[in-house]
Design a protein around this ligand. Structure first.
Ligand SMILES: Nc1nc2c(ncn2[C@@H]2O[C@H](COP(=O)(O)OP(=O)(O)OP(=O)(O)O)[C@@H](O)[C@H]2O)c(=O)[nH]1
Ligand SMILES: [Mg+2]
Length: 459
């Protein structure tokens, strides 16, 4: 998508998911939005009232009535994109929706590309790039916590925090530039010290944001957690309990699970891809051996392994074998079947390398809340997601911040080493550019294209 391409054409897309539903929404944005919708409704454009839901009969390509729709007109600049926007809510049949969309196209609209509405909002200065990314994250969120973090970012938490930092940098640059112009009066050492101190404050703030990515990444991308252990320990029973469904087959026979089973669940706001695997042991038939291989492979790629042990029989060689296979990955010990036995200890070496230990019963549900707490505190650095912390959630944002930090440190180095002010000033300007790339002011076109093409159509 060439961004230089005119945004003067009017775009149209279905904004609701494909399939059947009570209502579907067709959205138009651009200078001809009102005219096109009016033509479909057989109205005059003047009949639209700003931000009022108005009922009308929408007509198809050949003039036949299609559906009674609810039209809402958002005049520019007070719309999502900043342009004239028209939303047509029709009955949610794919036939009706496609008919309305096709009529709009026949009347002069162009089909929107993925993310093009949000791109227009960005280019029109309604939102910055961080907020645009937050729109996508909000649409894609799988847990309420993810949605909350995205919403906060959409409201501009990071953008607002960056603003005073940028102002400080601009101020420092103008101080440095003044002295460059009047070469004869060098900056006094105290002045240098003061400027360096101000840069130091910005550096500390940027570092804090970079650090927040450790949590932000987990919140945004989620984690993979694998249930592993010897056969019959109750892995599948725990899996079923956590996903709240009889998803995996459970039997008293060791070696029940062969294939890996996956489900995504919400653990204290973190999206967890939970995988149930075959019990690890030697021997078994060909199918089971394949299952065990798979189990070991999944465990070795996991962010966290739940090493399930059988409380009924207690720690024994079978547990040790499973443990040896998963070592190298972070793991917690889950002592299952607490309803049968509570007096057993985890083998010392197994407990020593673990990030925690919890006693549960998949049968009664005992300890399951503690297990969820333990998982959340282990996968999120700093012990569980903070409720009101704003954070950086994308690698792109983190990379921009790191680039800015690198420049900032160079600038501080130049000041401290007593180099000419020009050097420091040059680096601070580069730092500002990196921050501009973060919010979208100076982001190269190909990066913008990549970001917006990852959106869904109609957003
Ligand atoms: N009393 C009791 N029995 C349990 C508990 N959890 C599982 N079981 C029983 O233990 C047996 C094995 O459970 P599974 O969940 O199939 O064990 P698994 O670890 O998935 O076994 P494999 O798939 O063979 O590796 C079944 O008979 C379960 O009903 C528990 O907490 N308490
Ligand atoms: Mg199983």
């Amino acid at each position: 998508m060439a961004l230089s391409e005119s945004h003067e054409d009017t775009i149209a897309a279905v904004a609701t998911p494909p399939g059947r539903g009570a209502v579907s929404l067709v959205r138009l944005s651009g200078p001809r939005a009102r005219e096109i919708a009016a033509a479909g409704l057989h109205w005059t454009p003047e009949r639209f009232l700003p931000r009022r839901a108005q009922l009308g009969l929408f007509h198809g390509n050949s003039g036949e009535p299609l559906d009674r729709v609810l039209a809402t007109f958002f005049p520019e600049p007070n719309s999502y994109t900043g342009q004239d926007v028209l939303e047509l809510s029709c009955h949610g049949s794919p036939v009706v929706v496609v008919g309305v969309l096709e009529a709009c196209v026949a009347l002069g609209a162009r089909l929107a590309r993925p993310g093009e509405f949000t791109l227009r909002a960005f280019l029109g200065g309604k939102i910055d790039l961080i907020q645009a990314e937050a729109v996508r994250d909000l649409v894609e969120s799988q847990t309420t916590y993810q949605a909350e973090v995205a919403r906060r970012q959409l409201e501009g938490s990071l953008s607002a925090a960056l603003r005073p930092l940028k102002e400080t940098l601009v101020d420092v640059v103008s101080h440095l530039e003044t002295t460059v112009e009047f070469v004869e009066d060098d900056v006094e050492p105290e002045e240098r010290y003061r400027l360096d101190e101000r840069l130091g404050e910005v550096e500390a703030a940027l570092e804090e944001w970079v650090r927040s990515y450790r949590v932000g990444r987990v919140v945004h991308d989620g984690v993979t957690v694998v249930l592993a252990g010897r056969p019959n320990a109750g892995k599948s029973s725990i899996f079923n309990h956590l996903v709240n469904e009889e998803r995996a087959i459970v039997t008293p026979l060791p070696g029940t699970t062969r294939d890996a089973l996956r489900e995504v669940l919400d653990v204290r706001g973190i999206p967890v891809r939970l995988i149930d695997t075959a019990g690890i042991r030697v021997g078994g038939d060909l199918v089971e051996r394949k299952g065990v291989e798979r189990s070991i492979r999944e465990s070795r790629e996991a962010d966290l392994v739940l090493l399930v042990q059988d409380g009924e029989s207690g720690a024994e060689e079978g547990d040790r074998r499973a443990w040896r296979e998963v070592t190298g990955r972070p793991y917690v010990v889950v002592q299952n079947k607490s309803d049968l036995r509570r007096d057993w200890r985890v083998a010392e070496e197994i407990g020593a390398g673990s990030l925690g230990c919890v006693r549960v019963s998949a049968l009664t549900g005992e300890g399951m809340e503690e297990l969820a707490d333990l998982v959340a505190s282990v996968v999120v650095p700093g012990g569980g997601p903070g409720r009101d912390r704003a954070m950086v959630t994308s690698l792109r944002q983190k990379a921009c911040l790191e680039a800015a930090l690198k420049r900032l440190r160079k600038a501080r180095g130049a000041l401290v080493e007593g180099l000419s002010e020009e050097f420091a000033s040059y680096e601070v300007v580069r730092c500002l550019e990196a921050m501009g790339e973060l919010t979208g002011e100076t982001t190269p076109e190909d990066i913008l294209n990549r970001i917006f093409s990852s959106f869904c159509i109609g957003k």
